[in-house]
Design a protein around this ligand. Structure first.
Ligand SMILES: [Zn+2]
Length: 419
């Protein structure tokens, strides 16, 4: 198995906290907005000596980053900045994220480590069907795969017919894209036949996806489907990844992960809560106790693969994605899980959410699978009603559309349509 060795390894927790203190010192010197937050609390860099001291530091929220738009959160000097990315916020201003050359190198090494856990190496042909551009998905995978010596096809997202032709003709062994785009690729292949496809692995991220969708993708594409987690505020993909054991995500050495109670913000050693990330090494764009809004838990025990890094669970959803329906909290990934297990339905779905008399109301649409018969749909509807009640605890109304009835996307799919 390929394991990435860092050019700048972090040996001990003492050394890591030393580096974190030097980042905090630098923020103080340059009057960074985070240093002002620390000063309000009376916290100084020298107070942070170990993991137990982290709760002294104020948490960073997306609002802090947006408030500093466009460049207020950037800590490096202009001449040190090598790259500027942005989150793909659909409304309003994006979060601008900057990197030094050293930050980009660390990103590449994180991604190479994450992909190396699944044995990606010089024999692989990696088709990257994440968008390239301001969005960090495409370039993150690109750097990681190149560092591992693989051959890279920078296909970017879109032109699905061309994607499947390239995949066959160039013998791609690894596919990287959003899980919803992987589904679209598999639908495209279903119409053409899978002969000549050499895929063995898929790396999927950028959206929350269920184990049930994993099962669908593994079967339809003939791959092992690996969850690889990241977010643009933390540079992009490369924060954590599954190994082939699919037994939680190994967290990259560059990050310290905490789980906080989303309401009290108290650290939780056990159980689910909000994932909060700190980077030891980010220079241009400090990431100190960043509240990701993603709900996950830290895992105990060791992974059979032998990799000793800490692990986190798969992300179940974002705390701000939860919809309240008749008093029950429902995550989009639960609706996905309920749809995926019903024979005769395609795994695509879309939730509609609207307010009625001040109360949240939701329904969803899904689709008949192209190879299922229309007269089989009453049975599928019965099964789906049971499955939805079973997974979410709520009787959410739904409609089954004809194949292709839900709009497809090349990148992140709109799973919840707010009306
Ligand atoms: Zn493992």
């Amino acid at each position: 198995m390929t394991r990435m060795r860092r050019t700048d390894p972090l040996a001990s927790p003492e050394e890591k906290f030393g580096r974190l203190r030097s980042i905090l010192e630098n923020l103080k010197e340059i009057n960074h907005p985070y240093a002002a937050r620390m000063a309000e609390r009376g916290v100084r860099p020298e107070h942070i000596r170990g993991r137990g001291d982290l709760p002294l530091l104020p948490a960073t929220t997306k609002y802090d980053l947006l408030r500093s738009y466009p460049t207020g959160w950037i800590a490096g000097e202009r001449k040190e900045i090598a790259r500027i990315h942005a989150t793909n916020g659909t409304t309003g201003k994006p979060v601008i994220v900057a990197c030094t050359a050293g930050d980009i190198r660390m990103w590449a090494e994180n991604m190479a480590w994450c992909m190396g856990l699944s044995g990606v190496g010089e024999d692989d042909v990696v088709q990257i069907s994440f968008a390239y551009g301001l969005f960090t998905g495409g370039l993150g995978y690109h750097y990681g795969a190149e560092l591992l010596g693989a051959a890279v096809i920078p296909a970017s997202a879109g032109f699905t017919d061309r994607q499947t032709i390239l995949m066959k003709d160039l013998g791609a062994t690894v596919l990287a894209c959003t899980p919803s785009y992987a589904l679209r690729i598999s639908e495209n292949l279903a119409g053409k036949g899978r002969e000549g496809i050499s895929l063995r692995l898929g790396f999927f991220g950028g959206e929350t996806w269920s184990d049930e969708l994993r099962g669908v993708l593994e079967k339809s594409l003939g791959i092992k489907a690996i969850d690889l987690y990241g977010l643009s505020e933390a540079m992009g993909p490369g924060v954590a990844a599954e190994c082939p054991e699919q037994n939680g995500l190994h967290i990259s050495d560059d990050f310290i992960a905490e789980i906080l109670d989303p309401v009290t913000l108290e650290p939780k050693e056990e159980g689910e809560g909000e994932l909060v990330l700190t980077s030891w090494s980010r220079r241009a764009y400090p990431l100190i106790r960043y509240r990701t809004r993603d709900l996950a838990s830290l895992m105990t025990g060791s992974c059979p693969c032998g990799e000793p890094s800490p692990r986190m669970s798969r992300v179940r959803g974002r705390s701000d994605d939860m919809l309240i329906f008749r008093g029950v909290g429902v995550f989009p990934s639960q609706v996905e899980a309920a749809v995926c297990v019903v024979p005769g339905l395609s795994p695509s779905y879309q939730i509609r959410a609207w307010k009625e008399n001040g109360l949240q109301n939701i329904s969803f649409v899904c689709e008949r699978a192209p190879d299922a018969r229309p007269d089989d749909m009453p049975r599928a509807a019965d099964e789906l009603a049971k499955s939805v009640k079973n997974v979410t605890g709520a009787a959410i109304p739904f409609e089954i559309l004809e194949p292709g009835g839900i709009p497809r996307s090349d990148g992140k799919t709109v799973r919840v349509l707010k009306q």
